[in-house]
Structures are given as C-alpha cells and as structure tokens.
Design a protein around this ligand. Structure first.
Ligand SMILES: Cc1ncc(COP(=O)(O)O)c(C=O)c1O
Length: 422
C-alpha cells in the first residue's frame, strides 16, 4: 500500500532504546546533546517576540509566492549586514531550512539524480533526500588541525547523475567554515560538471569570538566591493577581530548557488518556522532557477502571514540572543579545555564556529557502545560520532549550549570515565 521511499527501518537503535530506558527510570541525566535553544535557560525578549506576531496586516490574505516583500527585505538586510547585497527578487521564504532543501531538490533533481553531501555532517539529509527520491552520494571531509574538503573524494563522487554539491558552512557538528580556496575549487567543479551549490548557513553567525576563533580564511578573502552597512563589522566579532567579513555563499556568483538559512539558529527560534533560499550566480541561470522556484513556492504558499510580518522585528532581536549563545559557548569551551588539559584519554578537535565540540576518545569499540556506557554508568547523554558519519570510531559530540553547570559536571564524568577505560 505504501511507497517504497517510505520503507524506512523505523525500529529504535540501541542508543535511543538506552536513552528511553534511562529517561523512563527517573534518574537525573546530564544532557550534553542539548540542541534546542529554547530549552537551555536563555533569556528571550518574550513580549517583543509575541507582539511582533500581532501585526495588523496579518489579517489580510496576500498570496505572495516568494513571501511578502517586507519579509524578504528584512532577509536582504540580514545579508547586507554581512556585506552581501541581495535584491529581494533573489530571496524565497520557506517555513524551514528542511523545506528549503526540498525546494532545491525538486528544482534540480529528477528521481534517482544525485546530490553530493559532506561527511561527516548533519543527519537529516538522508530523510530529506529519500522523500524527494534523490540519491545522496557522500564526499569526505578530512581533519588535520582543522577540517577541509577532500577534493579527490569529491571529484570521484561526481557522476553524470550528479546535480548539486551540498556544503554546510559552518558545518554541523565539525564547526568549520569553507575556506575561500575551497569555494574557488567548488565553483570550478560546478562549472565543469554543470552542478549547483547548495549551502546551508544556519550557523553562519556563530563564529567563535575569542582568541581561538580567528579563521584564516577571512584574511585570505579579498574585501567585498559591495555595499557595506556600518553595522557590518559589528555583526561578527570574528570579522571585527581580523577586520574582514567571513564569506557568505549568498555572495557567490561564479556558480549557481542556493544559500539556505533561517531563524531557527539566527534568532534561536526554531518554533517560529522561518527560513529562506537566497539564489545567486550567473544571471541567466539565477533567472531561470527563480522562475521555477516561484512556481514550486506558489504551489505551497507555506509561510503564514503573522510570521512573515514579524520577520524584521524577530531578526532585530538576534543580537541579544546571539550574544547569550556566544557567551555560553565560550564559557563551556573554556571549561572543556581546562578539563581536557588534565585528561589523559580525550582531546578535542579544532573548530571555527557553531554550537558543538567534537571529542576524540579511544576507539576501542563503537561510539554507540561508548555513548551507551556513559549513559548507563555516568548518567550522561552525549552524541556518538556515528550519528554524523564520522570516519571510524572514537568521536563523541558535545553540545556547547548546554547550561553551564550541567555541562561542567557532564564533561567531568565523561573525561573521568574515558580515563578509567569505560
Ligand atoms: C546544519 C543544519 N541545517 C538545517 C537545520 C534545520 O533547520 P530548520 O529548523 O530551519 O529546518 C539544522 C538543525 O539543527 C542544522 O543543524
């Protein structure tokens, strides 16, 4: 009765069974997997957010396929703050980044066509691709004092069915930005093989802001000649530090590029359901893509009016919440590094941005087994690396947005258990 594409193995894996069991037991668990920014004790401007959702214009039905103009202008302003000049015509609103991926896959792929995805990365892609009848083909990211694209593996992965290269910038959970030299090679491959770039930038605003977080790519990059608003330099403390604006793929013109982002991370409001696609690239390709995306978006008209009318005001709340998140990440990272300095069996990988730290642990067994042992023996929840397709075992992923005290105690238990050979 059901389509083959929905024939998923829905039985719980050992780790989720162990989590259910631990939660059901009533034990207090220390959660180092926290990813929901609304549930980690941050202060939101609640009244301002709710007031923004009561715009009188929201009582009018205005079917605008790409989203209402005021909302798209607010998104264009967000990019202007990054030094990127976009016209509202280049922007299409969606309810989530996941929906934005769906539109891109629908635009670019016939059933069975292939999209190249970084590995390790975010695990949602698999389902998104299944639902759209798209085949994901992984390309490798390699780590050597920082992550980068392994271009030989990317080149090997390209076939006549390839339609797009996906990039997560900064990647989740490895937290590395795409460097300028990588972008140039990506553009070259896209032009050579007629591929599009799909860049997920949901964590773009979360560059590390302390002395560690000074990404060399920023210095490599020529200064954009486009319109820079005065607040550009204030937007990213990383940028301010090196006097340069980190790249956004929305400013890429050398290949057809779809840049995806939204309020779930920018404003830490995943429940509001606002995201977008910004299309850039060679004008004739962008024009053709936008015409087709317009039809896809018009078919669904997904974003609702109250939320669209609120976008400008919601984006205006981002500085306050991002500052809290940055402080939380910095605090937890300092705590982690202080504890790691005394640990024997665990280190962490370098990263530029984001909400996660990747821990390197002994690879004497699978990461799932390690995570289950930590849950059962230490009452700590931590992501096993295999969730994100890390190469081999010996990786755990800890959320840096977890409440400070919970993070401190959780990390202490993890590192102690690793040193004790758990
Ligand atoms: C890299 C990445 N992209 C997309 C998303 C989903 O974003 P949205 O809530 O807009 O669908 C997430 C959520 O964690 C993510 O980590």
């Amino acid at each position: 009765m059901f389509a083959r594409r929905t024939q998923w193995n829905l039985s719980a894996n050992c780790y989720s069974l162990a989590v259910d069991h631990a939660r059901g037991s009533g034990r207090t668990l220390l959660d180092l997997t926290a990813g929901n920014p609304t549930a980690v004790g941050l202060h939101f401007e609640g009244e301002r957010i709710l007031r923004a959702l009561q715009h009188p214009e929201a009582l009018q039905y205005e079917p605008a396929s790409k989203g209402i103009a005021a909302a798209r202008e607010a998104v264009a302003d967000y990019y202007a703050a990054w030094g990127v000049a976009l016209s509202t015509e280049q922007i299409i609103l969606t309810v989530s980044t996941s929906e934005a991926y769906t539109y891109c896959f629908r635009l670019l792929c016939d059933p069975g066509d292939e999209v190249l995805v970084p590995q390790p990365s975010y695990p949602l892609f698999e389902f998104l691709a299944d639902i759209q009848d798209v085949k994901l083909v992984p390309y490798e990211l390699v780590y050597d004092h920082g992550w980068q694209i392994e271009f030989e593996s990317l080149q090997r992965a390209i076939t006549p069915r390839s339609r797009a290269i996906m990039v997560v910038h900064p990647n989740n959970p490895t937290g590395h930005f795409t460097r300028h030299w990588e972008l140039e090679r990506l553009n070259g491959l896209c032009r050579e093989h007629e591929l599009a770039l799909v860049a997920d930038e949901v964590f773009l605003d979360y560059g590390l802001a302390d002395e560690r977080g000074c990404p060399t790519f920023a210095a490599e990059r020529p200064r954009p000649e486009r319109r820079l608003l005065p607040r550009t330099r204030l937007r990213s403390s990383v940028a301010a530090k090196v006097g340069e604006t980190p790249l956004s793929f929305a400013d890429n013109h050398a290949a057809l590029t779809f840049t995806l982002s939204g309020l779930s991370k920018i404003c830490a409001l995943p429940q509001i359901k606002v995201a977008w696609i910004a299309a850039s690239g060679p004008p004739e390709l962008v024009h053709a893509a936008l015409e087709r995306l317009d039809v896809i978006a018009d078919t669904y008209l997904s974003p609702n009016a109250p939320v669209q009318w609120a976008i400008a005001e919601l984006l205006a709340t981002r500085d306050g919440i991002q500052q809290q998140l940055r402080q939380r990440v910095q605090h937890n990272l300092r705590e982690l590094d202080a504890q790691l300095a005394k640990a024997k069996m665990t280190t962490r990988l370098e990263f530029d941005a984001g909400w996660y730290a990747v821990l390197r642990t002994p690879s004497t067994r699978s990461d799932e087994e390690t995570a289950i042992a930590l849950l059962e023996q230490e009452s700590v929840l931590i992501h096993p690396g295999h969730f994100f397709d890390f190469p081999g075992s010996g990786y755990l992923v800890a959320s840096l947005i977890a409440p400070e005290e919970e993070f401190r105690e959780g990390v202490e238990r993890v590192l102690r258990a690793m040193d004790a050979g758990t």
